[in-house]
Design a protein. Structure first.
Lengths: 262, 258
């Protein structure tokens, strides 16, 4: 028997849940079910969904490659200004996506900080699928770092200390002790990052552009479709919601399974 | 003490939000205008407030489709001005308007290029050709789904060229943004956008643009709470002053010489 919560918390909790769920219900109510299949399997929709899945997967890999070292450094080392660095790294969480897009533009754009260097190297980021991946990685990275850093702190350093005492080198400790300990946190962080990348819109529109099969992801396709085909936009929205719910479900199931084992 | 503080914190958002909606004793005329009309309409709204004591004009601008959708979902509004006849036709068909819409202005496309025209674009003929990722000229246009994109297609057909843009944006301002930032070498936008952007872009006149003239209709709305004021605002926009302000912004006259 759990202690439970004071009864007066229930009403605001229910209100909060309704606030989140009601808009989803509203979407489902508006879906033109008769043409649903046709609407979500049109050429443009398929292209957009495939592009979204492909770019989000790439962004997630990038997030893991960059985010795991970042989380490890933030959780396991101490250096002056660590708190400041931590807040700055998490900035994309609170930055309006359009601002993120502008920031990326001023960095990787043709006239940006790195633009000329990239052009000399023959890399053209503007209006390419790579620009979409950059935008998604930018907004999704903090989710992975935050989630993994939390796991690292919860796991503590006891096992790592023991391994080190027994003569394991730092790389061995990291690979054989730290990573396996926080693997569930890493997985759910990666799934969250994937979900965030899937929904990325503002930075993509500002930074990457919109062209079918190249830069037009699901959210941009929905945004554009609203102009001419409101029904199609609603149907695609629902499809995106379903994919997102599946992804989140996967993440929480992973967590639960982990707790069951522990 | 703590309890009082808690109550204050809980009630604060309610008070703040409620404060925004509260009408003073004056009357409010709500005008929805296409984004490209925002500048001239702001001027006309000020003039309307000056000549109508106690009336406040609340101007909100956005994409025409969004504006029509807002009216359809019940947003309070008195006057609607869209950037093309197609979106206004939707509003008329849905029974949202009161009286037949009237054309207030026209607009044509121009090629906007970054200052100095780094890619040396002279006209649509320079942009002809199939999709080529290593193309010298990065062209950005509106998607065919939006009015400026439909106009771009008509102009391209009239010029006999096949455009292969690197991006199809949802609005004219997105196209302009890509040109201003230098990401794109050229963008198809309206002459009024080039005018409004000032020194940020240069405009190249297109002889073919006359083939795709965009008409801006305005109408009073059926659910208006102030039908008389709405009519007076329409008179102002359609009158001499309205024409003058729109002309100064670069718009063409309502009935272009054919």
């Amino acid at each position: 028997m759990t202690p439970g919560v004071p009864r007066w918390l229930l009403a605001p909790a229910a209100l909060g849940a309704a606030f989140v769920l009601l808009p989803l219900v509203a979407i489902v109510v508006r879906v033109p079910w008769g043409d649903f299949g046709e609407l979500v399997t049109s050429e443009a929709s398929r292209e957009a969904l495939l592009l979204s899945l492909r770019t989000s997967a790439t962004s997630t890999v990038l997030c893991v490659l960059l985010g795991v070292p970042m989380a490890a450094v933030l959780a396991r080392t101490s250096f002056p200004g660590r708190a400041v660095v931590r807040s700055l790294v998490l900035l994309p969480l609170v930055l309006p996506p359009v601002v993120g897009g502008l920031a990326l533009l001023y960095t990787f754009g043709r006239r940006g900080l790195l633009g000329e260097t990239l052009e000399v190297l023959g890399v053209q980021v503007a209006f390419s699928t790579a620009a979409v991946v950059l935008a998604q990685t930018f907004v999704a990275l903090p989710f992975l770092v935050l989630s993994l850093e939390g796991s690292l702190r919860t796991a503590g350093e006891r096992y790592e200390l023991v391994a080190a005492t027994l003569g394991a080198r730092p790389t061995t400790v990291f690979r054989r002790v730290t990573l396996p300990l926080v693997l569930p946190g890493l997985l759910s962080g990666a799934v969250l990052a994937f979900a965030r990348a899937l929904g990325e819109f503002g930075a993509t529109v500002t930074f990457a552009g919109s062209l079918e099969g190249v830069t037009r992801t699901m959210p941009t396709q929905i945004y554009l479709l609203r102009e001419t085909d409101a029904d199609g936009a609603v149907a695609l929205s629902l499809l995106l919601v379903v994919v997102a719910v599946l992804v989140i479900g996967l993440a929480t199931r992973g967590r639960a399974a982990d707790r069951g084992l522990a | 003490m703590t309890r009082a503080l808690l109550a204050l914190v809980l009630l604060l958002p309610v008070g703040l939000v409620a404060g925004c909606g509260g009408d003073e004793d004056g009357t409010t005329l709500r005008v929805l205008a296409a984004a490209s009309l925002a500048g001239p309409f702001e001027e006309l709204a000020e003039e309307f407030e000056r000549t109508h004591d106690g009336v406040e004009v609340e101007l909100s601008s956005g994409g025409s489709t969004d504006l029509v959708a807002q009216v359809r979902e019940g947003a309070p509004a008195d006057v609607l001005a869209t950037a093309d006849t197609a979106t206004m036709d939707v509003a008329v068909a849905d029974g949202l308007t009161d009286g037949a819409p009237r054309t207030i202005a026209t607009n044509v496309l121009q090629l906007a290029v970054p200052p100095g025209n780094p890619a040396g674009v002279t006209g649509l003929a320079d942009l002809d050709g199939p999709a080529d990722p290593s193309a010298d000229v990065a062209l950005v246009v509106c998607a065919p789904e939006v009015p400026c994109g439909a106009a771009a297609q008509r102009v391209a057909r009239a010029a006999g060229v096949e455009l292969s843009p690197v991006s199809e944006e949802r609005s004219v301002s997105d196209v302009l943004g890509k040109v201003v930032s230098g990401e794109a070498d050229a963008g198809l936008v309206y002459v009024t956008d080039v005018r409004a952007a000032g020194d940020a872009v240069e405009g190249i006149v297109l002889p073919e643009a006359a083939e795709a003239v965009n008409r801006y209709p305005v109408a009073a709305l059926a659910d208006s709470a102030e039908p008389d004021l709405a009519q007076e605002f329409l008179d102002l926009v359609l009158g001499d002053l309205g024409r003058q302000v729109l002309r100064d912004a670069g718009f063409g006259p309502p009935e272009p010489p054919s």
